[in-house]
Write a protein of this length. Structure first.
Length: 168
């Protein structure tokens, strides 16, 4: 059946007429908003016919159906699908292997700037006690006692924050 075998004008006009009738009932039962929305949907079939969009939609649907039936029934197409899947799998595997190789080279030899990075100097005790005293004078609360941590500990800042918040 082709597009020209169907009498589209009576079909679209009939759909629009039925839709407008149902839109009137929707106006009465559900209100203006729902009635206007139903009327808008009702006018679309006739508008699609008069603008020529109906034939375009028919062609799109026919092309989609032809593609799907050709895909399902053709062994050559299935071979192409299998090759496309294999290609995607090889891309994923090669990316994973490349990422592992890059991470191994990073851990095997340290970066040149990492060894020369200076360690954080420890704060003098006098300055620490002065800042604690000034905080006590400003807020009226005593600051919690800070525990000395070794300078090389990576989590010392996090531990200090947790202790300040009372989480240990």
């Amino acid at each position: 059946m082709t597009f020209n075998d169907i009498a589209w004008l009576p079909l679209c006009a009939g759909l629009t007429a039925v839709g407008v009738g149902l839109s009137y009932l929707t106006f009465r039962r559900k209100g203006v908003t729902a009635g206007l929305r139903a009327t808008a949907w009702s006018l679309l079939p006739l508008a699609a016919y008069l603008t020529g969009a109906l034939q375009t939609l028919w062609n799109i649907g026919a092309a989609a159906v032809g593609f799907v039936t050709g895909l399902v029934l053709s062994p050559a197409v299935w071979a192409g699908v299998v090759l496309a899947g294999l290609s995607a799998l090889l891309f994923v595997v090669s990316g994973t292997l490349r990422g592992r190789a890059l991470s191994r080279t990073r851990t095997a030899r340290p970066e040149p700037g990492a060894a020369a990075a200076p360690e954080r100097p420890a704060a003098p005790k006098a300055a620490t006690s002065q800042t604690a005293a000034s905080k006590t004078a400003q807020t009226g609360k005593t600051a919690p006692r800070q525990v000395e941590q070794p300078a090389g500990d990576d989590f010392s800042d996090i531990e200090a924050i947790l202790k300040r918040r009372g989480i240990s």
